[in-house]
Design a protein around this ligand. Sequence first.
Ligand SMILES: [Ca+2]
Ligand SMILES: [Ca+2]
Ligand SMILES: [Ca+2]
Length: 369
Amino acid sequence: MRYSIGLSLVSLVFVTSCASWLGTDKTSATLKDPTVTSQRPTTAFTPVPSLLPDRTPSARPNPTLGPEDVADVVKAGQVSLEQRSVDPICLRWEDTDQDGDREWVGVYLRPGDPSRLEGFVLDGQVWHELRAGEAERYGFGEYPTCELDVNDTNVDGKVEITIWGHAETSIDLLHIFAWGGSGYDEIASFQGDAGLELADVNNDLIQEIIVRHNAGDGLAWETIHKWDGTNYVWNWERYRWLHADYPHAYLSTDPTHSVISFYLALNDRDLHGAYELLAPEARVTQPYETWARGFDTTLGVEVGSVLEVERTESRATVTAQVRSHDNIDGYIMGQLWDITWSVIREDGVWLLDSARQQELSRWEAPYFQ
Ligand SMILES: [Ca+2]
Ligand SMILES: [Ca+2]
Ligand SMILES: [Ca+2]
């Protein structure tokens, strides 16, 4: 049974090792978040009638201002914009520095070849530029778009200004600014050639930033960046399908592709598809029904850090990190594993033969999505 654990690596060890653990204090020090160290290195009114809609509705009306006051504020803001020859694509009136008074915050397209999306905050008569770093090729983006948010994105008690943009055909850009005491500091910027997303990946009710890269062959490689209290830091990476359309073609012409495909199939609950990626000897030793029962409690599986460490004509070794979530008696349990797969080549395709695994961490998740 040299591969019995590896072939159903998520569940078999999990069930046996969790059974006793679940009877112990769940608040013990063994509960920890799976931080991965990677080897590789994020008054509601419309002053201008032609403004495009914001991503989110404007904030609540300011009760301290009457209509005449608002009109004065709008007029003063428009004068300032005209003086600077800035024609905003959209404007919001928000308290971006948390001093109790609202500022104008907006984005506009600076003409040029190519044109560049830029942002600003107009605080009374004080003009604050919001710009990307000089080294950033696309700045905030090349196209006139209004995807501007003002909220506490990282749940640290401070308001951020988030500006989304686009470049070329599929590049998404995200820039995040926060008031630094004397100006607005860029606290993070991200670029993904296959998309960007804010989502709560680790189920802690705080959104992470997911940067999607086109990994070729229908695969997306995603890096996930988590706020650590000071910065957005690399937390996890994983492979996903680049497109959501089914059925997916499992890749097996390369050892790493076979390993990635195996876990993508498990995550899709295509157990038959995953089983077909096992080498014939492995399938003989573990009939499908026996093998599949090992995943009865599995809710989701992610694979990242996939690396081919050696290869001969007929055999290769692939290392990876796997993150799994299982439902154990109503508790959502997460686990992080180091996995080493032996992959063999048969009839021109690479199939998973045996695996060694080491559990790196385990935690209880409040929920799973
Ligand atoms: Ca303010
Ligand atoms: Ca914040
Ligand atoms: Ca989160």
